[in-house]
Design a protein around this ligand. Sequence first.
Ligand SMILES: Cc1cc2nc3c(=O)[nH]c(=O)nc-3n(C[C@H](O)[C@H](O)[C@H](O)COP(=O)(O)OP(=O)(O)OC[C@H]3O[C@@H](n4cnc5c(N)ncnc54)[C@H](O)[C@@H]3O)c2cc1C
Length: 462
Amino acid sequence: MAHSTQKRYANTRNITAKAPASVCDILIIGGGPAGMAAATSAKLSHPDSEIVILDKNEILGRKLRATGNGRCNITNTCADGYEEVIAFLFSLGIATKSKERGFVYPVSESAPDVAELLELRLEQLGIKVYKGATVSAVSVVPYCDKQDRPLDGASFNSGISFKTAFTIASIDNDYRMESQALVIAAGGKSAPVYGATGDGFLLARSLGHSVTRTFPSLTPVECGNSELTGLSGVRVRATAKLLKDGEQLYEENGEVQFTKYGLSGICIFNLSRMMRFGKGEGFDNFDISLDVTEGFNLSEWLTAAAKRAVVNRETVDARNSQRSAIEANSAVCENSSYNKLVEVFMTVYKEGLAMEIIRQAGLDYTSNASILTDADVRDKIIRSASDLRFKPTGLKGWKEAQCTSGGVDMHEIDDESFESKLLPKLYIVGETLDYDGFCGGYNLNHAFLSGKRAGEAAAREI
Ligand SMILES: Cc1cc2nc3c(=O)[nH]c(=O)nc-3n(C[C@H](O)[C@H](O)[C@H](O)COP(=O)(O)OP(=O)(O)OC[C@H]3O[C@@H](n4cnc5c(N)ncnc54)[C@H](O)[C@@H]3O)c2cc1C
């Protein structure tokens, strides 16, 4: 796209210090995908409305720009409301295509393109955007007395009477703003480098909402196995299973990446989402099992390897017995020609992984491969490769999480309009809500869907 990420659009305003409170119809805290969806859908539904987005960052949609490894897995054909999201994105000019497992991407597979396009639409629709504007407080201002009689100043620029207004303030109270409707789209706590650091929860709580316990979700998993350093950097296709107290909770097939602290990869992120525990429980209750035998007949391979190892041993022994006495003294050297157990896995598994499989089978990787003639030994290796165990000791934390598990209690939110059941004209959307989905486009789907619905509902109410 021609637009640079740094470009400031015509409607971008700088907050003037100590400015008097300004008013608008719909105020949106947060310019991520949920906030931008709310703003555009509200304006499209009610073109005369005055809509303002405030974002603490200098660039809108910073997290959005990093999604899907920069490719933006924008929704999933299995996600609730996905058709509505696709149609909404299409109406804004975002073309999408679906790929394997229902993953949907913009046709350009560029996350920055999507953020730029959304920002362009905000400008074209006349939505005001204030960047570098951190909202630190929000309250409800009564504009009517108990008999519903308007108090002084109880009308907006549009001249509509109203009973209450939301007022927000910045950290230093150097600006204030009032609105008829308020959308909290300030994200959760995951990947704080992109802007959201949990303010949405504090703001919602200050308006009376409950916030459920929050956990980092969709993160790499730390494991206690000290041997993991030898595996670091290895990638393997596996079926990963999460067990709690021996019971399987979840399984997914995909690429697993070993790191120096533990396990990573999309299927591991999805496992991390299921690692929740109550009082008295901990990571100790969980195990991760990897089956790395997929698509390969390991049993057949080991049987063939056993035969090769026997032939190899006989050949080396015969060579040794034909040597002169002097040469025979160097037989130690010749021993290195024996086929070692770990070598059997060359071209099957990376060396670090092969050593871990052998270790977990209770065998020595330097043993002569001819031990594979023993069916018990082969069974041990097959069992180990199909159930490699790793002990989680923790999750990688907020810094590397893609999503927040927990948030504003969904029981207090209307699940069609995303309006608060506690305060009329308050809407809470996106990652601030207690919703989190698996990897695969579910979280952006939720951000766009909740933002769109809230924007439309707010536009109807003003
Ligand atoms: C690396 C990474 C990759 C991901 N990839 C995918 C993917 O491919 N598919 C998918 O579905 N999901 C993905 N996700 C998750 C997805 O990005 C989030 O679910 C989504 O961005 C949530 O949207 P949101 O608008 O609710 O919050 P955010 O995108 O976090 O936006 C919140 C906005 O609010 C602003 N804000 C916060 N506090 C304040 C305040 N006090 N005042 C003013 N503004 C404030 C922030 O600056 C931010 O701009 C990924 C996440 C990460 C970290």
